[in-house]
Design a protein around this ligand. Structure first.
Ligand SMILES: Nc1ncnc2c1ncn2[C@@H]1O[C@H](COP(=O)(O)OP(=O)(O)OP(=O)(O)O)[C@@H](O)[C@H]1O
Length: 576
C-alpha cells in the first residue's frame, strides 16, 4: 500500500479519542457554561448602546449613563475572567486528552503487527506525529470557535426581539456563508488528504536521508535524495497554495457577509424608523448584532483548513489504531516456566507483498537444552525462522510450538523475554551502556548487568573506562564499533538468563580472538538452555551439537553437527 492509500480511509468517531474526551466531560461542561455566559455578555454591548441612544441621550440622563457604564465595566471584567478561564479549561482538557491519546497511539505503535505495517518508517513516524494536529485542535481557539457556533441562534433571537423582521437579514446571510463552506468543503478535504500524503512523503525522504547519512555520503546518493526532497517541497507548497486559495473563498465570503449584514440592517432599519416600528438605539444594536451573528462563521472559515487537517489526522491515526495488534484475540497466555522445547510443524511463510515463499514446509523439533546451528546460503531463510520463532510474523500455514504451546496464544512481550535474541541489525538506543543492557527491566540489577557484560565481552572495553557503564551512547550506538555494539546486545540478551537464546550472526563484527573468548565463556553459560545460532562462520559451531542446513526456504539436512558438516564438505572427512 502506498503512502497515498494510507490516508484515504474514513471511519466513525473511535473510542481511543472518545473515551479520553468522556473522561474530561466535567471540564467541557465548564467550557460550555463559560461559553454561554461569554455569548450573553457579548450581547450586552449592543444593548448598552441601545439604551444609551434611546433613554440616556434624549433625556440627558448623566446619572443613568454613569450607572450603565459601571455595570458595563463589570461585565467586561467578568467577560475577561471567563475568557481566561475558558482558555485555561480547554488547555487543561486538551493536555489530558493529548497524554491519553499519546499513550494509546504509542502503545499501538509498539504492538503493530509487522505483517500489517505499511508505508515507510518516515510515513509511519509522520502518522504518529499527526497526534500534534489533534492536540492543536483540542487546545486551541478552534474548539472555542466551534463551541460559539450554536450561539448564532441566540444572537438572532435577540435581533428578532429588538428589530422584528430585521432578523431576516442574518437569517438569509448565515445560511449563505454556511453554504459557501459546504461547497468548498469537498475540495478542502481532498486537498487536506493530498497535503497529508505529500507531507508524509517529505517526512519519509527526510528520515531516510538522516537515518543513512553516512551511507548517503559514501555511496554518493545525495543527488537522487536532493531530487526527491525538492520534488516533495514543490508538491507541498503547490498543495498549500491551493488550500489557501480555497480557504480564502470562505474567509472572504464571511467578511463580505458581515459587511452586507451591517449595511442591509441599516437600510431596512431606516425604513422601520420612518414607520416608527424601530428606535434609533434599536437600529444600532441590531446592526452590531447582525455583524456578530455572522462573525463566528468567519472565525470558522479562517480555521477551516485546520479543521479539515484535524479530520484527516484523525482518520490517519484511526487507521493505525484500528489495525489488529500483536498477540492472540483473547487473553494471552504467559508460560510460568519454560523448559525450552521448540517445534516447527509444517511451517510455510511468505513475507507480505512477496510472491515467493521464504519458508516452505519446515519441520523440526529442538529439545530443551539442545544447541543447534542454522546454516545455509545467503537468503535461504535462516533469519526468517528466527523472526517467526520470536512471533514477529505468523506462519501462513503450520504451527510453531514452545513447550507444546502454539506461540500465537502467548503474550508476545513475554515470549520475547523467554526467547532472548541477538538479531543481525544490532540496534542500540540513545542512553548509557547500563540502560542499553538492562533496558529498564526490574530483575536486572547491577550485579546481573555486570555478569552479563563480562560474559558478552562488553566489560573488556567498557570496564577499562572510568564510569564506562554510564557513558552516554549517541543515536543508535554510533561511536562504538560494530563488534562492540554486538557485544552490548549479547549482554542485553544474556542479562535476564532466559531459557532460550537465538543468536543471528552474533560475531560478524568481531575479530577471531574476541569471538573465541566469547565462545569459551558462553560454553558454560549455555548449559541446560536451548540455544539456536545462525552463522556463516565455523567457530560458533563448536557450541552446537546439531546442524540444520537450509536452502531456498527448505530444510536440506538436519542431524548431528559433524555428520552434517562432513556431508557438506567431504574434504573435512579426508582431513580428519
Ligand atoms: N522483510 C522482508 N520482506 C520481504 N522479503 C524478505 C524480507 N526479509 C527477508 N526477505 C526474503 O526472504 C528470504 C529469506 O531471507 P532471510 O533473511 O531469512 O535469509 P537468511 O538465510 O537469513 O540470509 P542471510 O544469511 O543473508 O542473513 C530472502 O529471499 C529475502 O529476500
Amino acid at each position: 500500500m502506498s503512502d497515498d492509500q494510507l490516508v484515504g480511509e474514513r471511519e466513525g468517531f473511535a473510542p481511543w479519542l472518545l473515551e479520553p474526551m468522556r473522561r474530561n466531560k466535567d471540564i467541557y461542561i465548564k467550557v460550555t457554561l463559560a461559553a454561554v455566559l461569554i455569548n450573553i455578555f457579548a450581547l450586552t454591548s449592543s444593548l448598552f448602546t441601545m439604551v444609551v441612544y434611546d433613554r440616556v441621550l434624549p433625556n440627558n440622563a448623566t446619572s443613568s449613563l454613569v450607572a450603565l457604564s459601571i455595570g458595563f465595566a463589570l461585565i467586561v471584567i467578568f467577560d475577561f475572567i471567563l475568557k481566561m478561564l475558558r482558555s485555561y479549561f480547554v488547555d487543561v482538557a486538551g493536555a489530558r486528552i493529548d497524554r491519553e491519546v499519546g499513550e494509546s497511539v504509542f502503545d499501538r505503535l509498539l504492538n503493530i503487527r509487522l505483517d500489517r505495517k505499511r508505508g515507510s518508517t518516515g510515513a509511519l513516524a509522520g502518522i504518529v506525529r499527526e497526534q500534534e494536529t489533534l492536540r492543536d485542535f483540542f487546545t486551541s481557539a478552534t474548539l472555542s470557535a466551534v463551541v460559539d457556533v450554536p450561539f448564532i441562534l441566540l444572537t438572532m433571537v435577540v435581533i428578532a426581539i429588538i428589530g422584528g423582521w430585521l432578523v431576516l437579514v442574518p437569517i438569509v446571510l448565515v445560511p449563505l456563508v454556511i453554504l459557501v463552506g459546504i461547497v468548498t468543503q469537498p475540495a478542502m478535504e481532498r486537498l487536506a488528504t493530498r497535503a497529508m500524503s505529500h507531507a508524509l512523503h517529505k517526512q519519509s525522504v527526510l528520515v531516510e536521508t538522516i537515518g543513512g547519512l553516512e551511507t548517503v555520503k559514501t555511496a554518493g546518493a545525495s543527488p537522487i535524495l536532493t531530487g526527491r526532497w525538492l520534488r516533495s517541497i514543490e508538491d507541498n507548497s503547490d498543495i498549500s497554495l491551493r488550500q489557501r486559495l480555497i480557504a480564502n473563498i470562505g474567509i472572504t465570503a464571511s467578511q463580505s457577509a458581515q459587511m452586507v449584514s451591517f449595511a442591509a440592517v441599516v437600510v431596512v432599519g431606516v425604513e422601520m424608523i420612518a414607520n416608527r416600528t424601530l428606535t434609533m438605539g434599536g437600529l444600532i444594536a441590531c446592526s452590531i448584532l447582525a455583524g456578530r451573528a455572522v462573525a463566528p462563521l468567519g472565525t470558522i472559515a479562517q480555521l477551516l483548513s485546520r479543521i479539515t487537517a484535524t479530520r484527516t489526522a484523525y482518520r490517519q491515526l484511526n487507521h493505525l489504531m484500528q489495525g489488529r495488534p500483536e498477540g492472540p484475540d483473547g487473553d494471552p497466555l504467559r508460560l510460568a516456566k519454560v523448559a525450552g522445547k521448540i517445534e516447527f510443524r509444517n511451517v510455510h511463510f511468505r513475507y507480505p507483498g512477496t510472491p515467493e515463499k521464504a519458508l516452505e514446509n519446515i519441520n523440526f523439533t529442538i529439545n530443551p537444552g539442545e544447541h543447534v546451528a542454522l546454516i545455509g546460503r545467503v537468503g535461504s531463510g535462516k533469519t526468517t525462522i528466527a523472526k517467526l520463532l520470536l512471533g514477529l510474523y505468523e506462519p501462513e500455514e503450520g504451527v510453531i510450538l514452545l513447550d507444546g504451546t502454539d506461540i500465537r496464544q502467548l503474550d508476545p512481550v513475554d515470549l520475547r523475554r523467554k526467547i532472548a535474541s541477538v538479531m543481525q541489525d544490532t540496534l542500540l538506543l540513545s542512553g548509557s551502556v547500563r540502560e542499553n543492557i538492562a533496558l529498564g527491566r526490574e530483575e536486572i540489577d547491577d550485579p546481573a548487568m555486570l555478569e552479563a557484560s563480562e560474559l558478552a565481552g562488553t566489560h573488556q572495553f567498557i570496564g577499562q573506562i572510568a564510569n564506562g557503564y554510564d557513558r552516554r551512547l549517541a543515536d543508535r550506538g554510533e561511536g562504538l564499533s560494530g563488534g562492540q555494539r554486538q557485544s552490548i546486545v549479547i549482554a542485553r540478551a544474556l542479562a535476564a538468563k532466559p531459557p532460550v537464546l537465538v543468536f543471528d550472526e552474533p560475531s560478524s563484527g568481531m575479530d577471531t580472538q574476541t569471538e573465541n573468548g566469547l565462545i569459551e565463556r558462553l560454553d558454560a553459560e549455555l548449559k541446560e538452555r536451548t540455544f539456536i545460532v545462525i552463522t556463516h562462520r565455523t567457530p560458533f559451531l563448536r557450541l552446537t551439537s546439531r546442524v540444520i542446513l537450509m536452502d531456498r526456504g527448505k530444510v536440506l539436512m538436519d542431524g548431528p553437527r559433524d555428520a552434517v558438516l562432513d556431508k557438506i564438505n567431504p574434504a573435512r572427512v579426508a582431513k580428519s
